[in-house]
Design a protein around this ligand. Structure first.
Ligand code: LLP
Length: 433
């Protein structure tokens, strides 16, 4: 059986995650339940950190894109592994800050920071703002001036690269809602205007071309476009770029047919392009940053559910209903994302019952995964596990249908602990007057 990731296995008919019996965890903590394998998170962090160290020496920074999964413990773990963080909202800033994160290692993204966001981020000591456009740069300048500080920023640019991943996450094209385009000349205009602002320290540029990227040379192509621009700006305006952030986006394996990405080899290729471009342009190598989100947490996660109804519509299809749904994992509903599922207590049975695994929300689109082969004996009380749910599941969870969000239980060296409590029904009323 293909288990997608080495932290998944089976023994005596039961599914194991991070070496622990998934059914026992379901019993102990209840379902629906998010499990996170702490050792796998650390492994993924180390993979990126060591790939960067061998490619760039110490002249790099890996930022965890915490939109992938944001809760206090995740910031503590990535900080211990030497990563900084990408944050996109006051909520993420607060979570990182209250986890004790060194906020000078945080980069504040988002394409529309309000004045209140900007003030809050400065209050919490965010190290760098990634400004999306000139209006934002100006607003940052005003707030920095008010506080008597010089705020470090990167300018987000669109290199005009199409990643050919799905549209919702394709962000590097010229017509993207994010960033400012190199091609139209806007990037240069903004650079000049920004250089004239006294409360802004423009350290360099950022780009992010998409997510779930497997294509061979996407990062190399965008690095080349960015470095050509940087070279030109150096020659024309004497601008020295100290940091180049290439964004996030490497793909991970959700299903057997997804390829494996060798991160060390990928980063080595990017480094080769970056160094060659710098030489060509006659500029010093800037500090290179990358912002993996999915790559750090996706395969460290698993969601565990209990089966309620199994419905057969003769001549049509079968449904297996579980006690969660699009509220804890909206990714099939939004992007038709593929997942690998198991019936955790029937791992040694044949899988010949073709069914749609669906949630309990009041709409037909509430599908976790269509056309899954499950054991034909599957029924009420069985445990269904969905693999690779560590990214963009908890962070995109909602209370639709007034359903409380599941807890996050961390697995570490044969032990488990709660990192995020299960939301109670009473929690749902906390803001109702
Ligand atoms: N940096 C920036 C500026 C980003 O916008 C993103 C993701 C990342 C880094 C991290 O990308 P990653 O390494 O995780 O691919 N909700 C969608 C994914 C949206 C990604 C948004 N930006 C999903 O569930 O697939």
């Amino acid at each position: 059986m293909n288990f997608i990731c080495p932290n998944i296995s089976a023994a005596e008919g039961r599914l194991f995650f991070a070496g622990q019996d998934v059914c026992s965890l379901a019993k102990e903590y209840g379902t629906p339940l998010y499990l996170m394998d702490e050792n796998r998170i650390r492994h993924n962090c180390r993979e990126y950190m060591s790939a960067f160290r061998s490619a760039f020496g110490e002249n790099f920074r890996v930022l965890y894109a915490s939109k992938a999964n944001s809760f206090k413990q995740i910031y503590r773990i990535v900080a211990e592994e030497g990563l900084g963080v990408d944050v996109v909202s006051c909520g993420e800033i607060l979570t990182a800050h209250s986890a004790g994160m060194d906020m000078s290692l945080s980069y504040f993204h988002s394409n529309n920071k309000t004045d209140a966001d900007i003030a809050y981020a400065m209050e919490k000591g965010v190290g760098c703002f990634v400004a999306d456009n000139f209006e934002e740069v100006r607003a940052i300048d005003v707030e920095a001036g008010r506080r008597g500080i010089r705020q470090k920023i990167l300018l987000r640019l669109t290199p005009g690269i199409d990643t050919h991943t799905y549209e919702a996450v394709n962000t590097g094209k010229v017509d993207s809602k994010f960033g400012s385009a190199i091609e139209t000349g806007q990037a240069e205009e903004i650079l000049l205007a920004t250089m004239a602002l006294s409360n802004i320290d423009l350290a360099g540029f950022h780009c992010h071309v998409g997510s779930m990227v497997f294509a061979e040379d996407v990062f190399e192509r965008s690095a080349a476009v960015m470095l050509r621009f940087i070279g030109e700006m150096h020659r024309r305006h004497g601008f020295v770029c100290r940091e180049l952030d290439l964004g996030g986006g490497y793909g991970v394996r959700y299903v057997e047919t997804d390829p494996y990405l060798d991160i060390a080899a990928k980063i080595a290729d990017v480094a080769e392009t970056v160094k060659a471009c710098c030489e060509e342009e006659g500029i010093d190598l800037p500090k290179i940053l990358l912002e993996p989100g999915r790559g750090i947490v996706a395969d460290a996660g698993m969601t565990v559910y209990t089966v309620g109804t199994v419905k057969t519509i003769p001549g049509y299809k079968n449904y297996v209903s579980i006690d969660g749904g699009m509220t804890d994992n909206p990714r099939y509903a939004l992007y038709e994302s593929a997942y690998t599922l198991f019936c955790a207590n029937r791992m040694d049975e044949e899988r010949d019952f073709l069914s749609d695994v669906v949630g309990r929300c009041c709409e037909s689109g509430d599908i976790i995964q269509p056309k899954v082969y499950m054991p034909s004996t599957i029924g009420r009380g069985d445990i269904v596990a969905v693999c690779t749910t560590g990214a963009y599941n908890y962070s995109m969870a909602s209370n639709y249908n007034r359903l409380p969000r599941p807890p996050i239980v961390m697995l570490r060296d044969g032990e488990s602990y709660v990192a995020v409590k299960r939301e109670s029904l009473e929690d749902l009323l906390r803001n109702d007057l």
